[in-house]
Design a protein around this ligand. Structure first.
Ligand code: NZQ
Ligand code: ZN
Length: 385
């Protein structure tokens, strides 16, 4: 196992009727900005509950953070906060709203051009406004991590930053607030969480016994509950489990002390930036092809994955690996998510375009060994056609 430091300061408040606890979680004298996506939190009553819980505090709203939040939109929130001297942020929504809030929190005190936060992947961040979140979509893990992914529309750039300054102080996870999610977003959440686990697990053996078993437990839970949550969309316990699994999938615990890949995400981000495909759907396209192309360097872990997650014990090594990759793609398809570029009406020109974008963004040596070059990315995307 590698040396590591693990510190996660985010307080989780989990369960039904927990939004009322905002009154204890947000400082009484805070000047609050609630950050929101489109209409969902207003329509399903979540926003009204939040406003009641915040009581007499001074509260303003910033609406319209879009899926794959944009720098262009978020800079308007930065201006509003500076102008109105607001000092506490509350994200109410999915990963996009929380990611956007992280960027805003870091951008407000930042001296200089805030886009540098993204181009340096967070290295220039030295302070951020405090914030909390009310999560309405289980998927990204943003509610309990210090990562954020922001898109600059003008240049089709979708870049990530991380900083210890942008952990949420708290996140409220009320599974009943996810009951209004459309099927498409539930499926996206299951697949995004699944791929987060795979990025931290399916690399090469590092003797992280508990990390492996924990990751396998989370994967098995998603395989078990994914189809059920689609079939019985009003089941509280399924929603509660999905919510807690998605948080655990990317709160740093399973990735501590073990190698991490993240190449499926880096390639997927380019597909979203160029073609506006939902984040999870880009992962479903890239992951099976990525595992196929990099099967030699992932050999040992692919066999472990085949046996422990899919129960595949028969056949040669290569047959078991093929079967595990096929099962992975079948699971995504069973969640209603297509796994080939052609399913999204993309052809060879998309392969060329994504490879060019990876080069432009300096993503030329990615993956757990830093050996995923643009040429390997081309092989992966070609295999994903
Ligand atoms: O905008 P509204 O009207 O709120 O609707 C949203 C949006 O259209 C809707 N929604 C959210 N909660 C709802 C709801 N609809 C009905 N009922 C509810 N309770 O769902 C749609 C999608 O929301 P979004 O926040 O975009 O989805 P998600 O949570 O999947 O976030 C995706 C973003 O997170 C980034 C992705 O790249 C993408 O930009 N990621 C962030 C990560 C992180 N911070 O660690 C890691 C991930 O790998 C990922 O890259
Ligand atoms: Zn993701």
């Amino acid at each position: 196992m590698f040396n590591f430091e693990f510190h996660n300061p985010t307080k989780i408040v989990f369960g039904t009727d927990t939004i009322a606890k905002l009154d204890q979680l947000v400082p009484a004298n805070a000047r609050v900005l609630i950050l929101l996506g489109g209409e969902s939190a207003r329509k399903n009553g979540t926003l009204a509950e939040v406003r009641v819980a915040l009581g007499a505090r001074e509260v303003q709203e910033f609406n319209g953070i879009e899926p794959n939040p944009s720098y262009e939109t978020l800079m308007q929130a930065v201006e509003l906060i500076r102008r109105e001297k607001l000092d506490y942020l509350l994200a109410v929504g999915g990963g996009s709203v929380i990611d956007g809030t992280k960027f805003v929190a870091a951008a407000v005190p930042f001296v200089g051009e805030p886009w540098d936060i993204l181009t340096t992947h967070g290295q220039v961040v030295t302070a951020a406004l405090p914030f909390g979140s009310v999560l309405t979509l289980p998927a990204t893990g943003s509610e309990m991590n210090n990562g954020s992914v922001i898109t600059r529309k003008a240049s089709h750039s979708k870049l990530a930053f991380m900083s210890t300054h942008v952990f949420p102080q708290f996140s409220i996870l009320d599974p009943t607030k996810t009951l209004t999610l459309p099927t498409r977003q539930i499926a996206n959440g299951v697949v995004d969480a699944y791929v987060h686990i795979v990025e931290q697990y399916l690399t090469y053996p590092a003797n992280g016994m508990v990390q492996d078993r924990f990751a396998e437990g989370l994967l098995l839970s998603l395989i078990e509950l994914g189809p059920k949550v689609l079939a019985t969309p009003n089941d509280y316990d399924l929603r509660a489990n999905l919510m807690w699994i998605a948080t655990q999938a990317l709160n740093g615990l399973i990735g501590a002390g073990v190698p991490q890949d993240w190449s499926t995400h880096m390639i997927g981000h380019e597909l979203t930036a160029l073609y506006d495909i939902d984040h999870a759907r880009t992962l479903a396209i890239v992951l099976p092809a990525n595992l196929h192309v990099r099967r030699t360097s992932k050999h040992a872990k692919l066999l472990q994955y085949a046996e422990r997650v899919w129960g595949i014990r028969d056949g040669s090594d290569e047959q078991r690996i093929d079967a595990a990759i096929a099962k992975t793609a079948e699971f995504f398809e069973a969640m209603g998510i297509k796994t080939k570029l052609a399913d999204y009406e993309l052809d060879q020109s998309a392969v060329d375009a994504v490879v060019a974008q990876l080069e432009k963004h300096g993503m030329t040596a990615i993956g757990e060994h830093g050996d995923l070059t643009p040429e390997v990315a081309r092989q992966i995307l070609t295999a994903a056609r």
